[in-house]
Design a protein around this ligand. Structure first.
Ligand SMILES: [Fe+2]
Ligand SMILES: [Fe+2]
Length: 273
């Protein structure tokens, strides 16, 4: 099976690049399931109902969120409708939504998707992602009931993501880092069969500060008062993701390849199957 995971969709330029590129990517690379991080899709802050449906219509099967989960009030309704949408599972209890869901592949494959947030420089009250993953993942990928298991680690801190990658090796098909919006070049299949990347990057305009207008970001970082509200950068976005191929028997990863199309980053086009 071939799974495409797309990094944080940031604002209109991110949504537009997905609408433009995703249909042909699905065909060209025989993608069975598309999972995307949507926490910044609505003007950089959260995900509205309208943009959720727009992303699903463009060919995304399942959406993960992150620290911007609660920025759009629409998210509560989407959780109540059991939309294919999750937020970090290790958030404090008694909050709406869940951090575990099942994405459906185009041939009926069942992909378990689990999201955890890091504990460093993230939301206060977040429980240990190590404990949460230990509780929720099977001990061994071979003995689980899913065609693949995808873990989204939404975290700021590289070493925390690295450690979580080693911690779950052999227990998930893919562990993908999100949140920093900057793609790393350390994608690989680990010895236990888990594909790994510290951060997949974003689907957004890279002539920016992590997807936002640079001049406003500079003003805010220089603490000039009053601080202007951040606005997303609006030039052509780069679509950033990874394509993971899994073994149908073991659910382990066979390969992980980065994909980057459009905008100001150098293109990265995986081999076609
Ligand atoms: Fe985030
Ligand atoms: Fe983000």
């Amino acid at each position: 099976m071939r799974i495409l995971f797309l990094g944080d969709v940031v604002g209109k330029s991110g949504r537009n690049c997905i609408a433009q590129e995703l249909p042909q990517i699905r065909r060209r690379y025989s993608i069975d399931c598309v999972i995307a991080n949507g926490e910044n899709a609505t003007h950089g802050f959260g995900l509205s109902q309208k943009h959720f449906h727009q992303l699903i219509q463009t060919g995304i099967d399942f959406i993960t969120l992150g620290n911007h989960t609660w920025d759009s009030p629409d998210i509560i309704n989407l959780f109540h409708e059991n939309a294919p949408l999750i937020r970090p599972h290790n958030y404090p209890e008694h909050q709406p939504g869940t951090g575990i869901g099942v994405a459906k592949g185009k041939n009926g494959e069942q992909i378990l998707v689990l999201q955890v947030a890091g504990m460093i420089a993230m939301m206060p009250g977040t429980k240990s992602p190590f404990d949460t993953l230990d509780e929720e993942l099977p001990q061994n990928l071979n003995k689980q009931n899913f065609d693949a298991i995808v873990v989204d680690v939404h975290a700021e801190f590289t070493a925390e993501k690295n450690a979580l990658g080693h911690f779950v090796d052999g227990r998930a098909s893919l562990l993908v880092g999100t949140h920093t919006h900057v793609p790393t070049a350390d994608h690989r299949v680990m010895p236990g069969g888990t594909a790994y990347i510290t951060d997949v990057g974003m689907c957004g305009d890279y002539h920016s500060v992590i997807g936002f207008d640079p001049s406003i970001s500079i003003q805010r970082q220089r603490a000039i008062i009053p601080k202007p509200r951040l606005e997303t950068a609006s030039n052509v976005a780069t679509l950033c993701g990874v394509i993971v191929q899994t073994d149908p028997q073991s659910a382990k990863a066979i390969s992980i390849q980065p994909i980057r199309i459009g905008g100001v980053l150098s293109p990265e086009l995986p081999q076609t199957p």
